[in-house]
Design a protein around this ligand. Sequence first.
Ligand code: ATP
Ligand code: MG
Ligand code: ZN
Length: 490
Amino acid sequence: MVARAITSTVVGLEPRRVDVEAHLISADLPSFAIVGLADRACQEAKHRVQSGIVNAMLPWPARNRITVNLAPAALRKEGSGFDLPIALAVLAGSHQIPIGRLLEHACVGELSLDGRVRPVDGTIAVADGVRRAGLKFLVCAAESASEAALAGIQVIPVSHLAQAVAYLRGEEEIPFAAPPDSGDFEEPFVCDLAEVRGQERGRRALELAAAGDHNVLLAGPPGTGKTMLARRLPGILPPLTRDEALEVTRIHSVAGTLPAGRPIMLTPPFRAPHHGASAAAIVGGGAVPRPGEASLAHRGVLLLDELPEFPRTVLESLRQPLEDGVVSVARVGGHALFPARFRLVATMNLCPCGGRGDPAAECGCSPQRISAYREKVSRALLDRFDLVVAMPRPRAEELSAPPGEVSATVRSRVVAGRERLRDGDVLRRTEAASTLLDRAVEHVPLSGRGRARVARVARTIAALAGADSVLPEHLAEALSYRSPLGVPAA
Ligand SMILES: Nc1ncnc2c1ncn2[C@@H]1O[C@H](COP(=O)(O)OP(=O)(O)OP(=O)(O)O)[C@@H](O)[C@H]1O
Ligand SMILES: [Mg+2]
Ligand SMILES: [Zn+2]
């Protein structure tokens, strides 16, 4: 007797349909084998499935040789999400649930030894695969049902194997899970721009970065508010559109980084990896390729605090995603592509001791040490920062001044600016502005990329100003953010 349960697994970020076939033959010597390129977690499914069935008070087909095949066999199967489909296929194969009704439903979930159904990472991607396979129903763990419903299929939430069986037998009716309601998960930003005193130029750069998706480098002596300011970039970004939210949620679902109790990410993600994190953790990769911080920051903000502390190899491997918005990682039989379109915000001191650029401090660093420190950040990487801002020590009167603008006010300007930028043709350079750009290329060292980036920043400035075209003053401001590190090395 062959029974089949349909499920879906995720390769990279892409869902792939998998058919779980259970073949039961009466035999004096009972056995239970799983074939079809299953990894260790899949092999261990045998124990969970057997215990789960027994603890659901269902008879285990003891006098049988049971073979479970995961098809297509060429696709590497990993993880514990096959437990539920395997158990249901075995139960259908032993006539405990109707074979036909099982075929109308996809299913996914891990089983605990007592038969409870547990959620697995990547449920929204799995559900998307179910939809693409032309199926309408998915049986999965109650905890991930709302996330799965975002894929636009009917989701049957179950908390125990016995409940899934009762449902498939038609003994229990279970209402479909509702997708999360966007209003429910709006998270207030805990830190506000109003707390940052002074630093007008840094605040301005942050606003430009938010409006035009630019990368920012904040450089200056310790304690001037660089980290403080950088952490406030997410708070002035508009919420994600519906499509962006689904895309971002999918990445975090696969990576297992969805915040607890929040099945969908509605606000731009904010990631701030430590400089000790591995290249695979930051860029992505590994034996089984996983999205790294760069992809977890997709459509949001990646903060690299203390930029020169990051290993050079990590920084260099970020160059490609910074240019293309995707990370390509090698995997068996080809490459996996992970989206990685983020705004990079980075901070650094101007010298190893930090004293440089602070009139009140002594810097004892030799020119050699300073250049060694700065060389950790390559020219090529530096070239990708559209906005380089020197953050001086705030003056006493700035620190005691009344609070500055709140994030909400800045965010509303950002939203308006982004709308104008989306209107492609409106913001052309005036001839005078173009002449200024050409002349600048001859005087400041500007690469081809640098020139294009200055032009983009100038458009952002014009958009925020509500101008109809890019004027020389907009270009002049854009150029002012290109001076390497704002302050000369020695
Ligand atoms: N401009 C500022 N406005 C208000 N508070 C500030 C400002 N600058 C510094 N502070 C105070 O100093 C603390 C340290 O600031 P922050 O961590 O941002 O410094 P930093 O520039 O990142 O320094 P470092 O180079 O040592 O990392 C902040 O938590 C805040 O309390
Ligand atoms: Mg800091
Ligand atoms: Zn120094």
